[in-house]
Design a protein around this ligand. Structure first.
Ligand SMILES: *Cc1c(COP(=O)(O)O)cnc(C)c1O
Length: 196
């Protein structure tokens, strides 16, 4: 998908005219504003930090929320979905990089949630999202993506009842080629499409 978060609507329109239909934003206000003015057949994903008081800007329009990174956020998405009769497709963001500051669940936390998936009838678990360590050392990135690839296979094995759990979102402009060797079903490309 094309990550359009830093770019104006005109840039998105150019990509749209070239055939791109899936775009991702990371700020709720920008997301809502762009959804409003851009063509209706665009598939919008949300990939940023989502505060629970901003759900109404995002959930009605996002075909996939990729950045679910806390239990609190998941609980609030479920609550919002129940109140608004809406099922939200989500990815669980998994912390794989070396940086302590990176967001996301530890693998055990994700498993704990998935064991309780039936407590979230308004959430459809579609898979995992992760960011590799921010480094030029390809062997480190390779190891990060290998780990999430293995974890994805483990989860699919463990929870065959989660039939829609088929998406592994890994890889950005700098590392998507490595991600493609490790089972990526989608890559999130910003600067390589839109330029710096
Ligand atoms: C910004 C962003 C991207 C795109 O990064 P590029 O290096 O510009 O391709 C991908 N994923 C997430 C979660 C982002 O925030």
């Amino acid at each position: 998908m094309a990550v359009s978060k830093y770019y104006p609507a005109e840039a998105i329109e150019r990509a749209y005219k070239a055939g791109q239909r899936v775009f991702a934003e990371s700020r709720p206000q920008d997301f809502a504003a762009k959804v409003e003015i851009l063509p209706k057949d665009i598939e919008w994903h949300f990939i940023g930090h989502l505060q629970t008081n901003k759900l109404k800007l995002v959930l009605p329009y996002a075909s996939l929320v990729q950045s679910v990174d806390t239990r609190h956020l998941l609980d609030e998405i479920e609550k919002w979905g129940k109140a608004n009769d809406h099922i939200t497709d989500i990815l669980l963001e998994i912390h794989i990089g070396a940086e302590q500051t990176k967001q996301g669940f530890a693998e055990e936390e994700a498993l704990e949630i998935l064991f309780n998936a039936d407590k979230f009838p308004h959430v459809r678990f579609r898979g995992l999202m992760a960011m590799a360590t921010n480094t030029d050392d390809e062997s480190v990135i390779d190891a990060d993506f290998a780990r999430i690839d293995t974890f994805m296979a483990y989860v699919k094995d463990l929870f065959p009842e989660l039939e829609a759990f088929d998406q592994l979102s890994i890889g950005m402009s700098g590392d998507y080629k490595i991600a493609l060797r490790h089972g990526a079903t989608m890559v999130r490309i910003g600067t390589a499409i839109f330029a710096e």
